[in-house]
Design a protein around this ligand. Structure first.
Ligand SMILES: [Zn+2]
Length: 482
C-alpha cells in the first residue's frame, strides 16, 4: 500500500530530455550567426568557497555556440549577484522559503524523508474526500485537517493533473498532506500536537544568466527562435526596442540583437525565462542599447546607458485594434449627422470588449457619458497633454475621477455607446486643449533618470552592459576565427 514517490527520477529524466532538446536545437541552429549560452554557477575562487556564495560564483558553459567543438576563452565576470541585482547570500540553498511566516512553528519534529508516502494524480471528478478515501483515510481524519490552523481551505482547491501526497509515520498515522500546486508552490498540512497546520511553501528557482545573439535573415521571430530565445524573452526584447524600431515595418536583413537574460532552474531543469538584464538591437546600421534598472521603490524599466528612457511617455495606440475606421480630420462630414463636423481624434475599429489602455501616466478627470460620444474617459497627463477615450461599452470596475493611472493600465472596454455606427474607440490626443492627430503627433520621451539617481543607476546598469558587450565581443572574435 505504501509507495516511495519517484519524484527525483522523474526530475532527472525530464532534465535529460530537456538537455537533449537543447542540444538538438543548438545543432540545428549552429548556423554561424546564432548562439546562446548559459552561465552555470559554480565555485571559482577560494574566497567564494568560504561563503554562501560558493556555488554562485560564475563559471560558464555553452548551450550552443558557433562550432560545437570550440570553447570560447572567457574571463571571470563580476559577481552574479550584482548583475542580477539581488543579494544571493540571503537566498538559502536549496532555496525553500515559506510564504507563510508561521511556517517555523509547523512541521517541527517531522522529517519528510522518514515518512512513507502515497502519491495520487488528481483526476477530473476527484474531491478531497475521495482522495482521502483512496489513501485509506477516514472522513474524520480529513475534517481534522480541514479544521486545523492556517489555510486548510486551500486544500479543497483541487485541479486535475496536479498531485497530492499523503505522508504516514511508522505507526501508519497521517503526518502530512502535500498538495503540489505548481513546480514552485505547494500546500502542506502538517500534524502538530493540537491538530494540523496548513501553510504554503514556495521554492525560489535558481537563476542563471544566459546570452544569445542572432541576426535577421528573413524574420525577427525566426532569428529569435534560432537563437533559442523562447516566446517570453523574444516578446520582451521587441517590447523594449519597439519604441524605437517598428518591428512590423522597419526590420532589415542583417539587423542583429544581443541579449543577456535570466533562465530559471529547479532541480537542474530549466523551468522558465526571467528578465532581460541588458540588450542591444542594431537596425539599419544604428545600434540601440538598453539595460534594466530598478529604483528604490521597486519600479523597473529599461534605459539607454546614458539614463534616457527607451519608452515614449505615450502609447501611439491605446488598444489592439483591427483597423483605423476614421482618421483625424478637421473638415470631416459626420457619418451620422451628415454635416461638416471636425473629427478631433482617430477611430480604431475593434471587437466589443477589447481592453482600452491609458496611453500615458496621468490622472482621470472625467468618467461618464458625453452626448454623442457616449461613455467617455478623459485623462490629464500633465505638461498640457490630455487624452480622451469614447464610445466605450464599460469602464474598468471602480474607475473614478481623480484616480491616477499608469501607461498601459486598462481603463475601459470598447463598445459603441453614443452615436456610433459600429464598435470602435474614438481616441483624442490634445495639447493645451487643442486636438492633434494621435497617429502623427510627436510623442514626448518618458522621463530620464533624475540627476540625483545617476550614480546609483550606473552602479546597477554598467556591470550588465559591460557583461553584454563582453559576450558580444567574444562572439565576434569566435566568428572571425571561424
Ligand atoms: Zn471618432
Amino acid at each position: 500500500m505504501l509507495r516511495q514517490f519517484p519524484g527525483t527520477h522523474i526530475a532527472a529524466l525530464a532534465g535529460l530530455t530537456a538537455l537533449i532538446g537543447v542540444t538538438l536545437l543548438v545543432s540545428q541552429g549552429s548556423n554561424q550567426s546564432q548562439t546562446s549560452k548559459t552561465f552555470d554557477v559554480a565555485p571559482v575562487s577560494p574566497v567564494a568557497q568560504n561563503s554562501q556564495t560558493a556555488t554562485q560564483a560564475e563559471q560558464y558553459s555553452h548551450a550552443g555556440m558557433v562550432s560545437p567543438a570550440r570553447t570560447l576563452a572567457y574571463a571571470a565576470p563580476p559577481d552574479l549577484q550584482s548583475l542580477l541585482g539581488v543579494n544571493l547570500e540571503n537566498v538559502p540553498e536549496p532555496q525553500i522559503s515559506a510564504a507563510d511566516a508561521e511556517q517555523d512553528a509547523s512541521g517541527e519534529g517531522i522529517r519528510e524523508e522518514a515518512l512513507e508516502w502515497q502519491r495520487f494524480t488528481i483526476e477530473r471528478g476527484d474531491s478531497l474526500s475521495s482522495l482521502f478515501t483512496d489513501a485509506g483515510l477516514s472522513h474524520q481524519e480529513m475534517y481534522r485537517v480541514l479544521n486545523g490552523e492556517g489555510k486548510p481551505d486551500k486544500l479543497s482547491r483541487l485541479r486535475a493533473g496536479r498531485e497530492i501526497e499523503f505522508g504516514f509515520d511508522d505507526n501508519g498515522k497521517l503526518s502530512m498532506v502535500v498538495l503540489h500546486n505548481s513546480r514552485t508552490t505547494k500546500l502542506k498540512a502538517v500534524r502538530q500536537d493540537k491538530g494540523f497546520h496548513t501553510y504554503e511553501e514556495m521554492r525560489e528557482p535558481k537563476v542563471e544568466l544566459a546570452y544569445a545573439t542572432g541576426d535577421i535573415q528573413t524574420s525577427y521571430i525566426l532569428a529569435a527562435n534560432r537563437a533559442g530565445l523562447g516566446t517570453k524573452v523574444r516578446n520582451q526584447l521587441s517590447r523594449i526596442f519597439g519604441w524605437r524600431v517598428d518591428f512590423s515595418r522597419d526590420l532589415r536583413k542583417g539587423d542583429r540583437f544581443g541579449v543577456l537574460y535570466e533562465k530559471q532552474y529547479l532541480d537542474g531543469e530549466m523551468i522558465g525565462h526571467g528578465r532581460i538584464l541588458a540588450a542591444t538591437f542594431t537596425n539599419k546600421g544604428e545600434t540601440y542599447s538598453a539595460a534594466l534598472y530598478t529604483d528604490s521603490e521597486g519600479n523597473s524599466d529599461y534605459y539607454t546607458p546614458q539614463g534616457e528612457s527607451l519608452r515614449k511617455a505615450f502609447l501611439r495606440t491605446p488598444l489592439q485594434y483591427q483597423r483605423v475606421s476614421s482618421h483625424f480630420d478637421m473638415n470631416r462630414r459626420h457619418p451620422i449627422l451628415n454635416r461638416v463636423r471636425p473629427h478631433e481624434g482617430t477611430d480604431f475599429a475593434a471587437s466589443p470588449g477589447t481592453p482600452v489602455k491609458a496611453s500615458g501616466d496621468g490622472r482621470v478627470t472625467y468618467v461618464g457619458r458625453d452626448g454623442g460620444y457616449g461613455k467617455t474617459v478623459r485623462i490629464d497627463h500633465g505638461n498640457e497633454v490630455s487624452t480622451v477615450y469614447s464610445h466605450l461599452r464599460s469602464y474598468k470596475r471602480g474607475l473614478r475621477r481623480g484616480e491616477t493611472v499608469q501607461q498601459g493600465e486598462v481603463i475601459a472596454y470598447v463598445g459603441m455607446s453614443g452615436l456610433a455606427t459600429g464598435p470602435h474607440l474614438h481616441y483624442e490626443y490634445r495639447v493645451s486643449g487643442q486636438p492633434r492627430n494621435p497617429l502623427h503627433v510627436s510623442l514626448p520621451d518618458a522621463d530620464p533618470i533624475p540627476e540625483d539617481r545617476m550614480a546609483e543607476f550606473q552602479a546597477q546598469t554598467n556591470p550588465r552592459l559591460a557583461r553584454l558587450s563582453e559576450e558580444d565581443n567574444s562572439f565576434q572574435i569566435a566568428l572571425a576565427e571561424e
